[in-house]
Design a binder for this molecule. Sequence first.
Ligand SMILES: Nc1ncnc2c1ncn2[C@@H]1O[C@H](COP(=O)(O)OP(=O)(O)OP(=O)(O)O)[C@@H](O)[C@H]1O
Ligand SMILES: [Mg+2]
Length: 1013
Amino acid sequence: MSSLCHPDDGRVRLVMESALTARDRVGVQDFVLLENYNSEAAFIENLRRRFGEGLIYTYIGSVLVSVNPYKELEIYSKQQMERYRGVSFYEISPHIYALSDTAYRAMRTERKDQCIMISGESGAGKTEASKKILLYYAVTCPINAHMATLGDRLLQSNPVLEAFGNAKTFRNDNSSRFGKYMGVQFDFRGAPVGGHILNYLLEKSRVVHQNHGERNFHIFYQLLDGGDDNLLTTLALQRNPQNYSYLVKGNCPRLSSVSDKNNWKVVMKALSVIGFAEEEVQKLLSIIAGVLHLGNTQFGEGEEGETCITTETHATNVAKLLGVDVSALGEALTHKKLTAKGEEMITPLNFEQAMSARDALAKAVYGRTFTWLVEKINQSVALQEEIYHSGKGCSVIGLLDIYGFEVLQHNSFEQFCINYCNEKLQQLFIELTLRSEQEEYEAEGIAWETVQYFDNKIICDLIEEKHKGIISTLDEECLRPGETCDASFLEKLEDTLGGHPHFVTHKLANGKTRKAMGREEFRLLHYAGEVNYNVNGFLDKNNDLLNRNLKEVMCQSHNQIVSYCFRREEVMDQKRPEMAATQFKNNLMKLMEILGSKEPSYVRCLKPNDAKQPGRFDEVLIRHQVKYLGLMENLRVRRAGFAYRRRFEAFLQRYKPLCPETWPNWHGRLADGVSTLVNHLGYKAEEYKLGRSKIFIRFPKTLFTTEDALQAKKPEIGECKNGFPEWRCKGRLLVIILPFIKGFIYRHEDYCPENEYFLDHVRYSFLKNLRKNLPRSVLDKTWPTPPPSLVEASENLWRMHMRNMVVKYCKRVQPEWRKQMIQKVAASEIFKDQKDSYPQGVGRLFLDSRLEREQINLKVVQTLGSDKVQYGVPVVKYDRRGFKPRPRQLLLTNTFAVLVDKTKIKQRIDYAALRGISVSSLSDGMFVLHMPNEDNKQKGDVVLHCDHVIELVTKLAMMASKVNYVNINPGSITFAVARGKEGIIDFVRGSELKVAKGKRGHLLVIAPQINNI
Ligand SMILES: Nc1ncnc2c1ncn2[C@@H]1O[C@H](COP(=O)(O)OP(=O)(O)OP(=O)(O)O)[C@@H](O)[C@H]1O
Ligand SMILES: [Mg+2]
C-alpha cells in the first residue's frame, strides 16, 4: 500500500506533490488513513516509523500529534514558515506551522475566533509548541510599528513567565508549573493588535519544597547567578544557592542544560521590552530576595517557652525587602489572630505552626506576585482601544498550554486538579468535534450517523457537582466545625460517593483492587484510565490558609507590588475566600466558556522517553500517553463516518488523469465530474457519498487504490500538470502571479480556491483605501466604489460609519445647541418645502425671546403669576372686521398664550382649545390662530402678523403640541369671525410686503419674492 499526499479543500497548488519527499511519506501522515484504525499497535507503529525518520508530526484529521524529538530539527526556519503559509493543511507534510496557518486562515476568512489547545504530559513539548505557534504569527502576520512592539512584548512574555513559573523537575528541565491560556487579538487585516494571558494554578508549594533532583522556580537561581555584585549587596544576598534553605531541598542548584546567567540577561531584557520600569523590577527582585530570606528565618524557644525568631538578620532583611515593619512581621509569624464571637484573640504559635505560617507567607507572596506579573504583562500587551476604537472588530486565536493528564507514583491534590481539568477538556473536545462533524454533514446534506463514544460527563459530575461532588465534599470538610482531617474527608467521600461506578476506595474495593490501593487513597476511573489519589494534604492545600495577621502586615507594605497583592479589603472582608479547588473549578468553567466559543484545533504532545534523549522511542511510555490522551478515542470519533473528505475541485484536479472523460479538463458541473470519475474508477455505493461541495470517502483503502492508480499513470501523462510545463510551476510565478491570474478569471464566481487569493487582495485593497478615505463629516457623501463582492459590506460599513459620526456629533452637542436643533427639526417638519420664508427663517438662531424682560409690563407679569412667560414677541393684530392693524405682544406660557396691549391682557388663548394655526406658503409673516367656534368667550379666530413667523409658529406649535395642526395655505386663508361668519385673507407675490384691504372685503397680503426660490 502506498502512502500518499493528498490535496485538501483549500487552494490547489501545483507544488504540492513535489513538496512531499519520499521521506515525508513514511507511514501515513494522517491517522484517519490507517486501515486498522481501532488498533493501538498500528497507531504506535505508525508513530514509531515516522519518528525514526525525524517526522515528529502526524495528524488525526485536524488534530496534530507531536512527538518531542529532544533535539533541534531544521524545520522551524523562516523559509519553512513561508512554505506553510497559505498552503492547505494536507498539501505538505504535517507541521505545527500548518496547524497555525490553518487556524489563522480560518479566523480571517470565516471571521471565527480560534483556539489551539495543546496538551500532553510534562516534558512532551507543549510550551515549545506554543512558542513556535506564537513565533509563526509574529513572523508571518502583517505588522506596523506599533504591532512590532506588541509582537515583541508577546514573545518576550515567555522568558519572563518561564523564569517565574517554570522549574526543573524530574521530568522536564524547564517544566511549566502553571497552566496558561494566551489570547492573541487580530484586526481585520489579520495583524496582531493585542493579547491577554490567563494563568491557572501555579504550583506554589515548590517555593518552599522541592523533591530530590528538582529545583525551585528558575528566577531564584538566575538572580543569584546573574545579578551583579551591587544588586546582590542591595538585596543582602550571597551568590551561593546552597546558602538558602528554600533552594537546597532538591539538592540540585545547577543544571547542565540551562545557563542561569544567560537566562538572567534574557529575562532582564524581556522585562524592559515589556515595559517594566526599573523601579518595578527592583521591587520585584526585592520580593524574590525577601522570599529567600524568609526561608532562612528560623524559630526557636524563648525564655518562657514561647516560639521566637532566632535569625534576626534574616527577619530584618525580609521586613526590609518586603517593605514591612520588622516587629509586626515577627509578631505575625509567631502568633495567630482569631476572631471568636466577635472578639479578637491573639494566640501564640508553636514551633511547627510558626514554620508553616512562614512557608504559607512565602507561598502567598510568591503566588500573588506571579499573578501581578501576569496582570502587568496583560496591561502591556492589551489591545489599545484608542488606536483600534473598539476591540469588537477583532478576532482571537487562543493558545492553551496546560498540564496534560498526570499519573505519578503518588498523586495528590495537584494531580487531582490537573486531571479534573483534563476531564473537562476531553468533554469539550468530544462536544466540539462531534458538533463540527455534524455541522459539516448537515452543510453537505449527508445523513448524520450517531457516533458511540464514552461520555465523561459522569466523571465531571462526580468531581464538580454541587453538594455531592468531590470538590463540594472537600470544601464542606474544610469548613465544618470540629475535628476534621484528611481521613475524615476520605470517610465523607465514602459515605456520599460509595457505589459510584467511577469511584472506589480501599474500604469500598474488593479483593484485587483493594490490594492495589493504599488505605489513604481514593481511586477515580478517569476517561483515560484509573488514578489513585492520596488524601494526605488535601485539606491543607484546599484551605491554602494564610493567617489574618500576616495579611494585615503585608497590606501595610511600602513595596507597591506587595501592597497591591494584599488588598486591605481582603482583611476587612470577613467572608472566607473561596477554597483552592472551588477557585480552580470556577476558573475552569470560565476557560471552558472561552474555549467553547471558538473553533478548536488540537496539538497532542507525546514524550518518546523519560531520559530526554533524542532518537529513543519507548513504546511502553508512548502507549501509556496514547491511552491517557485519549488518542484512540479521538481517532474513533474522527473515523466514525468517513475517513476522508475533499472539495470536488480539489479531488477532480488531482485524480482527473484517471478518467478519459475528465482528462485533461472537465467542463461540466464539478459534482458531475467527480461522479463520472468515481464511476469510472468503480467506486461502490457504500464506499463514498457526494455532498454539496465535497466527496466523502468512507475507507482509506478506496483512496489508496486511487492514489496508486495515479502514481502508475504518472509516467504516461508526463510530469506536466494542468497544461503548464514543470519549470513554470516553480518560483514566484507560481506562488504569486498564477493565483492572481486565476483569481482574475474566476473573479465573478463564488469565493472558491481559484479566486480566494485574488478576491482577498481586492477586498483588502478596497478596505485599505477606504480607511484612508473615510468621510470626515456627515455632509461628506463621498465613498470609494466597492468591488462587487463587497457591495453589501460596503453599504453596511457606510451606514455604520455615518451612524458613528452622528453619534459622535450628538455627543459633542451642548445642551443649548441641542435645544436649537430640536426646534429646527420641528420647524423643518412643519415648513420644509412648503413656505417660501422657511430657508431663511430656519437658518437664523431661534431666540429664547424677542422681548427683553423690561419690555413686558410688570402688571402683566403679576397677572400671569406662576405662569411664567417662556417666549414673547411683538406682533400686529388685525381686526377681524375692517382689518385695522394694532401692535400687540404675544406671550407664550407653558399652557396658554396671551395677547397684550401695553399693560393689559386683551385675550387668552388656551393651547388645549387651539384648533389650528394657518400660515401662507409665501414669505409673509401672517398667521391665524383658529379658536373653537362654540366658545362664546372667544370672538372668533385671531389674525396676526409677526416678523419671526417661522420661529414663533414653531415654538407655539411645540408648546401647544400642535405641530400637526399647522396648515400651510397656498392662495388664501379662511378664518372665523364671530357668529358663524367667515373672513378671507388672500396672498399674492409682489415686490415688497404689504397688508391692505383687498377686494370683496378680503384682506390682501402681498408677500415679497425671495430670490432663492
Ligand atoms: N519541537 C521540539 N524541538 C526540539 N526540542 C523540543 C521540542 N519540543 C520540546 N523539546 C525539548 O523538550 C523540552 C521540554 O519541552 P516543553 O518544556 O515544551 O514541555 P512541556 O510539555 O511544556 O512540559 P511541562 O508540562 O513540564 O511544562 C524542551 O525544553 C526542549 O528541550
Ligand atoms: Mg511547559
